[in-house]
Design a protein around this ligand. Structure first.
Ligand SMILES: *[C@@H]1O[C@H](CO)[C@@H](O)[C@H](O)[C@H]1NC(C)=O
Length: 501
């Protein structure tokens, strides 16, 4: 009898130790009614599919599951399925059992950029990380990308209480509207104040700001990003400086809170806890219960960010419950991993890029004024042409693209290859966050099996591609002429060599 109960106690202890975020919320009396993650199971017993990827070459799909119950996603299965082609994340499954899956967001008050006004899907390999040393992929949201579910089960509506947390990349953000995760309108249109309650992360300053320059965690309550109890500045809402961030927003009748912290160490801080904004519509709330990721409630899709995991609960979680969830997130040991692959493209080297498509193997990436193109270049070409086809590799201009590179023109120092409307240009560095990001590229193993393919850091479905001898960042699932799937693998693959000049 004694032995039996010690065994029972040990088993209970083991279960407690292995508890996932949603086991913790359940023991706190505020169960998960939606649980989304491409990196790991959020219940200790979860063995089902975490997400689905779709392959560009043949449209086939694959569901990615955890390596073990409660474990990290099987990223290796994605890597082998997607080798030599592109893959998009089509579905982020709900682990709560309520079927609140996230799929490609449909058109709303703001229309999306893809065919039919739908938003784009995220590249499956845009946000590699490790959890306790095991590789996994987050959801890298570029402007124009979004996921949604307008027909949910169990998500709070009206003034009902809910909690949310999300683990995000603290260095991937912008000032567009709106990188959100949480509760929104079921119609994908702005239906008025208080019809949303979602976590926001970024530097959009139209409605609210916190201390410093941002990025900040705020609450998107519709027609307002709130950093505190009133619109405008709340100096207690601190700028986030960590690479991984845990963001928390929760609300109940006439009470809500913003909390946040470093998802890789330490505790959560409370940035706001108090009454609802004293503006018509926000008290009581009019939550509608749809779920959005990467966009605003009306499908505003100008924002960017990276999502690794997040949940929505029924009921207002206690701070103590959230503190235990934060400890669980920290114990998952999120860490960065390399964004590059294939032959090394070394900083300080000078390179030329040769096309590999059969039509064009004597052509190299060069520029004519601002326009980046391919031209036939050889060792006997005029020195001006050789110089225009030569590029100095420097560390990525964007610090968010650590380990990636930028390409400085050899004949126009201070000017770099950057994409603009997905066309490659050579422009002088204007020092903005936008320029730095648009000039940051992550070399990968060549898609057609030769040298390198050069991926746009901020749009990881897009690679350097020659099309009618001009250069673009092209996506074989995109809608532009230069995104054509035919020859995409060859047109996006380059053999790099020492520069002509
Ligand atoms: C495309 O690349 C493959 C692999 O390098 C090569 O075998 C094939 O000939 C190329 N096709 C064209 C049209 O360039």
């Amino acid at each position: 009898m004694f032995q039996f109960s010690s065994l029972l106690a040990l088993c209970l202890l083991a279960r407690l130790v292995a508890a996932g975020p949603c086991d913790i919320y359940a023991s706190g009396g505020t169960p998960c009614v939606a649980a989304h993650s491409t990196t790991r199971a959020l219940f200790s017993a979860f063995t089902g599919s975490l997400y689905q990827v779709k392959r560009g070459s043949d449209g086939a799909t694959l569901n990615i599951a955890p390596l073990s119950a409660g474990g990290v996603a099987n990223a290796a299965s994605q890597d082998s399925f997607c080798a030599g082609t592109s893959c998009l994340i089509t579905t982020i499954f709900d682990q709560s059992g309520r079927g609140n899956h996230l799929t490609q967001a449909p058109p709303g008050g703001f229309n999306g950029p893809a065919a039919g006004g739908f938003d784009n899907l995220a590249a499956a390999n845009g946000a590699p990380v490790t959890l306790n040393g095991q590789k996994a992929y987050g959801v890298f949201i570029s402007p124009g990308t979004g996921y949604r579910n307008d027909a949910t089960n169990g998500i709070a509506t009206g003034d009902a209480a809910q909690g949310m947390y999300a683990v995000l990349d603290g260095t991937h953000f912008n000032n567009g509207c709106c990188f959100d995760y949480g509760n929104a309108e079921v119609s994908a249109h702005d239906t008025g104040n208080g019809h949303m309650e979602a976590i926001y992360f970024g530097t959009e300053t139209t409605w609210g700001t916190g201390a410093g320059r941002g990025p900040w965690i705020m609450a998107d309550l519709e027609n307002g990003l709130f950093s505190g109890g009133t619109a405008g500045n709340n100096p207690a809402d601190l700028t986030i400086t960590s690479r991984f961030v845990t963001a928390v927003v929760k609300g109940e009748p006439n009470q809500w809170s913003i909390r946040g912290g470093n998802a890789a160490s330490g505790a959560l801080s409370t940035f706001y806890s108090g009454v609802r904004p004293n503006v018509a519509g926000y008290n009581p709330m009019h939550k509608e219960g749809a779920i959005i990721l990467g966009i605003g409630g009306d499908n505003s899709n100008g924002a960017q960010g990276t999502f690794y995991e997040g949940v929505m609960t029924s009921g207002y979680p206690s701070d103590a419950t959230e503190n235990s969830v934060q400890a669980n997130v920290v114990a998952a040991k999120y860490a960065t991993t390399s964004l590059v692959s294939g032959p090394a493209v070394s900083v300080s080297s000078a390179v030329s890029f040769r096309a590999t498509t059969a039509c064009c193997t004597t052509r190299f990436i060069a520029h004519t004024g601002d326009t980046v193109n391919t031209q036939v270049v050889s060792s006997t070409s005029a020195s001006a042409l050789k110089l225009s086809a030569s590029w100095t590799v420097v560390a990525a201009l964007s610090s968010a693209a650590a380990g990636c590179v930028s390409f400085e023109s050899r004949d126009t120092p201070g000017s770099f290859i950057r994409h603009f409307d997905f066309e490659l240009m050579v422009n002088a560095n204007d020092g903005t966050q936008q320029f730095a990001e648009d000039a940051s590229f992550c070399p990968q193993s060549g898609i057609n099996g030769q040298g390198n393919s050069i991926r746009a850091w901020g749009y990881p479905t897009r690679y350097f591609r020659h099309f009618n001898n001009d250069l673009y960042v092209a996506d074989n699932s995109g809608v532009n002429t230069f995104d054509a799937a035919s020859l995409w693998n060859n047109d996006t693959t380059w053999v790099l060599s020492a520069a002509f000049a």
